[in-house]
Write a new protein. Structure first.
Lengths: 191, 191
DNA sequence: ATTTTTTGTGTCTCACTGTGTCATCACGGA
DNA sequence: TCCGTGATGACACAGTGAGACACAAAAAAT
């Protein structure tokens, strides 16, 4: 997969972004996207499995990166803090390498079909975090719930970061989400 | 919408469940489902918007019910407890009125396309809970995060309930998920 | 340098999805 | 009995996603 023309990947992604903005998601077909990017419809489907996937260009390596990031967190760190730290790291990197991220995220938030796919991607990341936490020795049930919660924080942090338009760094957005989270859950720990 | 034949809804749902189990989701077409239920393909799409929706038969009224359930919780209850109590109530009712729930849930968990739709439904419920909590006076950010967390607990509780095969009631499954949750999140409240 | 293999693309084809439209049929009320 | 409404069937159509095959260019092997 790695040898595919990276430029074509981005040409398709940019073409799709423009077309979706210009004409609306439903009015755009895979053929339109392919034509604007200078390939055939059939080739489009070799780059992206379906019409939705093109809006998530550049995120293919995130799951393995995240897995490694969780495993790289300082041993002894409690599960939730581990997950949040890894997500802060990976999220910061991801954001830096994206193109037109804000425009694509706006489309994803606005179009139910894309939002649906977005949730699947978050769920996949949760799976990865869960697996990595389990590997670190966490309890199975705890790992699953912690992973899901951490991704709730991640999602909210991303929304916050986009709203700030560069005036806030991603790690502090994660921290803010974590604070809201801790305030909302009545802790059982009473030191 | 109310005058539609309820029996046909369930005939289609049962036909789909059987066919998916027999031949696998991909090998089954909307035409097959319709034929087994004794209607035409076109009529299938009048009962269910697409091929996925049929596996979620009987859940159409859940969002408004949930909204009311949140509003009905004793005033003064903190947000997360409110959401969990409402979900326990609505979930119990839902489970009681379903047919072939376990078989359908097994298919949903196994087939990515169905799981994707399932996540959307959970997200819709989270929206509803968020709106209802906001209406009760909760902070906007808090309401959103609490709602999402509560639905993480709901999802885990449902999985646990299905695994117990009737030996556990739904409310206690919610309680168990809530406990795991509280243990995982280091509380900031130190009374 | 020539052959072989791999990789991306174009072309053609096909089953299936989801929707619009129109005709029909059952049923309840005036 | 006639009429209106709402469910259903019949037909048509754009679009999706994928298989099969050929072809060109690059990479690897000889």
């Amino acid at each position: 997969m790695g040898r595919w023309d990276v430029a074509t990947h981005w040409r398709l992604a940019n073409a799709a972004t423009e077309l979706f903005e210009e004409r609306g998601y439903d009015a755009v077909t895979a053929t339109h996207i392919a034509e604007r990017a200078g390939v055939t419809r059939r080739s489009y489907f070799r780059y992206y499995a379906d019409k939705r996937e093109v809006m998530f260009a550049g995120t293919g390596q995130t799951p393995p990166e995240l897995y490694q990031a969780v495993r790289a967190v300082c041993p002894g760190t409690p599960p939730l803090a581990t997950a949040l730290e890894a997500l802060a790291r990976v999220g910061s990197l991801l954001i830096a390498h994206q193109r037109n991220l804000a425009r694509r995220r706006a489309l994803i938030e606005a179009i139910p079909e894309l939002k649906e796919r977005d949730r699947t991607k978050l769920a996949e990341l949760a799976e990865v975090v869960c697996a990595a936490l389990t590997h670190r020795g966490a309890d199975e049930d705890t790992a699953r719930i912690v992973a899901q919660i951490a991704l709730v924080a991640y999602e909210n942090a991303l929304a916050r970061w986009l709203k700030a338009e560069g005036r806030e760094d991603f790690a502090s957005c994660i921290a803010a989400a974590a604070t809201t989270l801790q305030a909302a859950v009545p802790g059982t720990a009473h030191p």
